[in-house]
Write a protein that binds this ligand. Sequence first.
Ligand code: FAD
Length: 179
Amino acid sequence: TGTIETKADVPPEEKKPAKLPPGVVLGPDGKPCRSCSSGAAFKAWSSLMKGGVATTAPAAAQAVASTPSDCPPDVEELGRASWTLLHSITATYPEKPSPQLQSETKTFMGIFAKLYPCWYCAKDFQQWMQDERNAPRVSSRDEFGRWMCEAHNHVNVRLGKKEFDCTLWEERWRTGWKD
Ligand code: FAD
């Protein structure tokens, strides 16, 4: 297996102009990257570009609250939508997948990690998957569902969030909670 190319490999600090609000991450093109930044930080930058001063947390939060719902996603919205898709794929995965589907699923996860729109998220996810202990496990629905839960927990830990109990993955994403 070859090395997966990263979409961008330049630390944001090296390209950051002097006046960027904290939390704004630059994309591979050197411009602020919406799908890599929090909505509040991106809004603060956007306001600054329009000559405003929305760099305080309350002003940025207010700007986010007034943002229409049909705007391009920030890093959190993109993440929630992506996890919903990924866990839902595991929920509809066959209990006994064919060897061909198993192979295609591994390929899909590799390509997904490469194309993920937040470049530093993509880079970290690829690195995590490249560790042989974390290679996708896809020989049954339960195995794939648990692997996806572990993958999500890796990001949760990275962000300082609580780990999800992976014995409950199927209730959360397939059957619904038991009464
Ligand atoms: P999410 O973490 O999006 O979770 C949505 C729902 O999934 C939760 O409400 C919960 O019910 C359920 N859930 C939570 N954990 C698990 C689990 N382990 N298994 C099953 N279900 C679970 N953001 C960054 O800021 N930096 C990153 O480096 C980064 N990397 C990412 C990499 C990938 C591949 C993806 C898909 C997203 C990444 N994100 C990253 C986004 C981040 O994971 C969150 O989606 C985002 O912060 C919003 O979090 P949330 O608290 O709303 O819930």
